[in-house]
Each structure stands twice: as C-alpha cells, then as structure tokens.
Design a protein around this ligand. Sequence first.
Ligand code: IMP
Length: 189
Amino acid sequence: MQLVFASNNQNKIKEIQLLLPTSIQILSLEDIGCFEEIPETADTIEGNAILKANYVTEKYGYNCFADDTGLEVEALNGEPGVYSARYAGEQKGANDNMDKLLLNLKDTSNRVAQFKTVIALNLNGKQTLFTGIIKGKIIEEKIGTNGFGYDPIFVADGYTKTFAELTIEEKSKISHRGLAVKQLVDFLS
Ligand code: IMP
C-alpha cells in the first residue's frame, strides 16, 4: 500500500519508514509534486495535523497521514507546545529554540516535560487520529548530536541519555512519534 506522509523532513521520514511494515510504502510531499508550504495555522497540535492531512487529500487526492508534534513544558504552562518549531521566532532554528527554552527555565527546578505527537490519517474518506506521548525532563545543557529539534535537551523518564544520544532505532522505539506510529500501524494491519 502507498500512503503519502505529509512531510519533507528526512529525519521524520526515516524514523517512520523504520516503524512501518514493508507492505506500506511512504511517499513524501516531494514524491507527489507538492512543493508548496502547507499552512500550519491551527492553535492546537491536533488541528495542525488535520490541516496538513486534509490539504494533501483535498488538493492531491491521496490517502495520507500527517503528524504534528509539540514539546509541552509543565513549568511553562505547556509552552512551547504547538509553537515548538518557531519558539524563538519564524527565522530561527533548533539551537535558538533550545536556548530560549533553557533561558526560560533557568531558575526553575520543575523540569517536567513531554513530547506529544498527533497523527491524522485520511484513508478512503474517513479520518482517524492517533496520539503518542513520551514524558521526561529538560536538562540544563545540550548533549548529543543525533536526531533534531529539542532532542539534545530532552531525557525520557527511565533513561539517562538525551534523545540526541540515542540511535534513531532506540529513539523510535520509545518516542512520541514512535508511539503514535505504532497505533497507526496497528490500525492499518
Ligand atoms: P513537527 O510538527 O513534527 O514539525 O514538530 C514541531 C517542532 O517540534 C519541530 O520543529 C521540533 O522543534 C520539535 N520536534 C518535533 N519532533 C521532535 C523530536 O522527535 N525531537 C525533538 N524535537 C522535535
């Protein structure tokens, strides 16, 4: 079965393809000739996953799934949440986002945080949502070079290494996205 994954993020595509059975082949946005930026204007993680999946299905006619993820930090009332990608500003990158987060938590002993992923699947005219959550904490400095985004400052509960110190396989087994994809796979099989 071919299924469009509404992303061009090679890290995510690799992570997800690893978790899918070989019977499901992922097509990226590039593969279907979608080169425009898909609007992510909702104010919830669920809303953005739905916007992206619906954009592809309505405009290109494919069965499709889209994910949206946020890092929710307890001491910051759930921030950066749906704004995780642009926490430090539209033009800034992962390093700036992490620096801003570490600064905002500078004097805070409560480091509790979670990654939340929502996947919206549009399959044969029906929409289904899957949610994956991994709880953990934000450490005080960046450690590790694997992964992307906030990985160098996030340590999952029960682990001592950051997500950026885990291999892609180790991370995928326990991550928010991995958990949501597992539900997607169970649903599809
Ligand atoms: P997206 O909705 O999956 O694009 O994620 C939004 C933002 O959350 C990304 O730009 C990253 O900053 C962050 N993020 C998403 N997934 C991960 C992850 O697995 N590790 C670290 N940061 C992530």
